[in-house]
Design a protein around this ligand. Structure first.
Ligand SMILES: [Zn+2]
Length: 444
């Protein structure tokens, strides 16, 4: 995932230099207000020492994610980061460790340097927890103007908290609606697609599939746009030339097509259909919790009409394209794969996240053990660090028949990582609930 004004791909691992920045505070014009009803448990003592995040690379905590992983738990005291949205109300909770007194939480905000290079961080406030049912609960709200990157540390006696932090959960609830519109953007030359007569026909199939699968959303409408007709960028995307979406590790120029400049369309979920993605057997991609409906980095789900295989280029049917779009959009709103692939584990940098953490989604250890669906699909994977983790959807047809994914107990779910004819038909109840919670966090 990459951020419009906060980081460019991979740069976040290079920086995170702790420094204070009062001047930039004004430059960014943001306001951040903590709920005053919660002031009883919030304080910001001038004499208190600021305990900055310790590491240059921080694990990310996503809202309403039941599987944050043991890396987040073990780094919670020394610093993790999280994506926050305007108006979101958040609670961070974990089990009380009775061997220690309660820690305080110091909240930080990361900001991009004006040069575009690197990040700074400054402390915003300190919060005391409530204890509810044996858990520490830290509550905070934020009024940023845009999606932002915050960090936290747990502090005791002016040092990192040493107690255990088990069963970490970040819950977020937002003020936005559960309505969503879609914007199908045809990029470059798209050949006729099997199963539909034209782009409008594909759009009809797409909205039908979204309404059937995203039952916790209200899908208002779908727009169809052509990159070649974009008022300012159109000449970059001629309609007579194939568009090849670059490897997921590279900056994605298609994000500039997000926030389509037309009334109503600006806040739709942009689904960019390209000729194909320039990675072997990859059908589509989206950043995990890209959560950006307003244009800029991470603001589009990318889907190919073709896929590159070892034996040549394969055309996808309309049905397949729609399935890929539904799956990738699930990542966009914060869902992980029901079963992690080896590439996922590498992306998470956490070997404990073998599945998505939901009680009502089975997983398939055999899939991981099979050794299939490992990186092996081009460059970039090893450079991924959590916030830049981008999910690829893989093409089963490329991997032969020595392991049958369709036998996996989670194959029926949309967030199963492998697409084939008989996989991916629905979201679970818990997934639908989280999809709605996360959509309502995202300004639109
Ligand atoms: Zn995926």
């Amino acid at each position: 995932m990459v951020w419009q004004s906060f980081f460019v791909p991979l740069s976040i691992r290079r920086f995170f230099v702790a420094k204070k920045a009062c001047s930039l505070f004004i430059f960014f014009f943001f306001t951040c207000s903590f709920l005053f009803s919660l002031l009883a448990c919030a304080e910001d003592s001038e004499s208190e020492k600021t305990v900055f995040p310790r590491d240059k690379e921080l694990y990310a905590l996503f809202p309403n994610d039941p599987a944050p992983g043991d890396s987040v738990a073990s780094h919670l005291s020394t610093g993790v980061m999280m994506i926050v949205h305007p108006g979101g109300l958040y609670t961070l909770s974990f089990d009380v460790d009775s061997a220690y007194d309660a820690p305080k939480m110091q909240l930080f905000r990361f900001y991009g340097h004006r040069s575009g290079e690197g990040y700074g961080v400054y402390k915003m406030t300190t919060i005391k927890p409530e204890i509810i049912n044996g858990r520490y609960v830290f509550t905070f709200a934020c009024e940023e103007n845009e999606r932002s990157l915050w960090g936290l540390t747990l502090v005791q006696n002016d040092d990192y908290y040493k107690g255990k932090t088990s069963n970490v959960m970040l819950e977020g609830s937002g003020k936005y609606s559960n309505h969503l519109s879609l914007n199908l953007i045809s990029v470059g030359l798209i050949e006729p697609i099997e199963g539909v007569s034209d782009m409008n026909d594909l759009a009809r199939m797409l909205i039908k599939a979204f309404r059937k699968s995203y039952t916790s959303f209200v899908i208002d409408t779908i727009y169809v746009n052509y990159a070649a007709k974009h008022p300012t960028l159109g000449n970059k995307y001629p309609s007579n030339k194939y568009w090849y979406a670059g490897p997921v590790s590279e900056e994605n120029p298609l994000y500039e097509l997000g926030n389509w400049p037309e009334k109503g369309v600006t806040e739709a979920l942009d689904i960019a259909l390209v000729h194909r993605i320039e990675e072997m057997n990859v059908l589509g991609y989206a950043a995990l919790f890209a959560s950006n409906l307003k244009g800029g980095e991470g603001s589009a789900v990318i889907v190919g009409s073709h896929t590159l295989t070892t034996t040549g280029v394969r055309a996808l049917s309309a049905k397949e394209i729609v399935k890929v779009a539904v799956h990738e959009s699930g990542h966009f709103f914060g869902l992980k794969h029901t079963t992690s692939t080896l590439a996922d584990l590498e992306g998470y940098q956490d070997l404990s996240i073998l599945e998505d953490g939901f009680d009502d989604t089975p997983s398939c250890p055999e899939l991981l053990e099979s050794g299939l669906y490992k990186k092996a699909i081009g460059k970039g994977g090893s450079d991924f660090y959590m916030p830049n983790h981008v999910f690829r959807m893989l093409d089963k047809k490329a991997y032969g028949a020595d392991f049958n994914e369709e036998d996996c107990p989670d194959a029926y779910l949309f967030m199963f990582p492998v697409s084939s004819e008989n996989t991916m038909r629905e979201f679970s109840k818990q997934q639908l609930k989280v999809l709605k919670q996360n959509l309502m966090l995202i300004p639109h």
